[in-house]
Design a protein around this ligand. Sequence first.
Ligand code: AMP
Ligand code: ZN
Length: 467
Amino acid sequence: MSLKFYNTLSREKEIFTPINPPDVGFYSCGPTVYNYAHIGNLRSYVFADILQKTLEYCGYKVHRVMNITDIGHLSSDADSGEDKMTKGLLREGKELTLKNMRELAEFYTEKFKDDLRALNIQIPHGIYFASDYVKEDVDLIKKLEEKKYTYKTSDGVYFDTSKMPDYGILWGSKKNTDESHSRISENPEKRNAEDFALWKFNSKIGFESPWGTGFPGWHIECSAMGIKFLGEQFDLHTGGIDHIPTHHTNEIAQSECATGKKPFVKFWMHNEFVDTGSEKMAKSKGNFLRLESFTEKGINPITYRFWLLMASYRTKVNFSWEALGGSETALKRLYNLYMALGPALELAGKPETGKVYKEYQNKFKEYVEDDLDTPRALSLLWDVFKDQNMSDADKKATILDFDKVLGLGFENLKKEIIPEEVTGLAKERELARKNKDFKKSDELRKEINSLGYEVKDMNGEYKINKI
Ligand code: AMP
Ligand code: ZN
């Protein structure tokens, strides 16, 4: 089997081969940090995480970059409406300054990272604020200007899409009349309806540029940061399907016209939406479902990851509390089954005793390599639990192997489970120590050791580890 991904560019599943194997250059569009991330946004990052983990599982070395949009994103994905970060400052009663904008961005970026951690999503090594790379935006726009792809209007510098014969290949046709495109034609000064802003003027706040004070367009940020960190051509680019008609279409146009190299990105991959029906799901509307909406009800955030993995990333999913409740029950059952498999495999420093079943591993690989088929991979996980011919140790080794991709946290789960007998003895020992009964505390330590655990005293507290 080889890796096959659905490439939005060709609308087909294609065999994935990186430009410079085993290295894979991978860019994910990050959040616009004017508010908390909603659960729909988080689907994008669970999907990108599964993609990264699958690539690593298959032996690739992933160089992943993610931008944080902290400037320049207007409320319409095209070039109209309010600036989202300005809106965030107004909402929080803060003065409109670049410093406050950055502070707001840093606050919501930290909250976003907390969500990623809670969902077992590996935070990309390269995570960068767009506002730190305005110079790169300006340089890219200058290149486009030299090549005569730009023109100036009273409100900004625009990209002339009529100069690019294959503009719009990502969404099929230039004549597309869907809603997101008809909105782009609102500005009468534009030469073509699809033309988009590379730089927007702003008389109140902004960055200096050769064209006037203002902000880079949202699309140019991702082109400039992608090129800076991954090169003029790279392997993978992800985002939600809403990015196809405008944001990614325009990234392709700017990047390919500036560098003269095609394709800018080999594989464009997009996750479908999470639909919440009656529950509101727009960050701009204020009242929306966040990961915290689950944790405050006592639901483990991994339940949401698990629920998402039950569908292909390319299927639209309808969120409901009932559906999430079903996942919660199923995940708890998996955790219980895992814990019932006996003592932890890895005893500090000593090798695992179980072995990964090749037959299962090959199947698992086949499923995730097939455009990240997580529903089939999960059903295989249940099969391993149910297999009566496997030893507990082998089951664990196989499940932990799958979990390198699935990220359901079986390993952490096991580490947390310390027998009550041991925790009870540790408490008794602590009491003895506090009462300066060192003989008793020493005996208790030995008893704990005989059960395969050790107690370490650190900064006035104690910690129990397996030995
Ligand atoms: P934003 O913070 O608005 O820039 O969006 C961050 C990511 O979430 C982007 O990749 C969007 O495409 C994605 N996204 C936005 N809404 C949803 C949704 N309801 N379901 C899935 N992905 C979404
Ligand atoms: Zn982007």
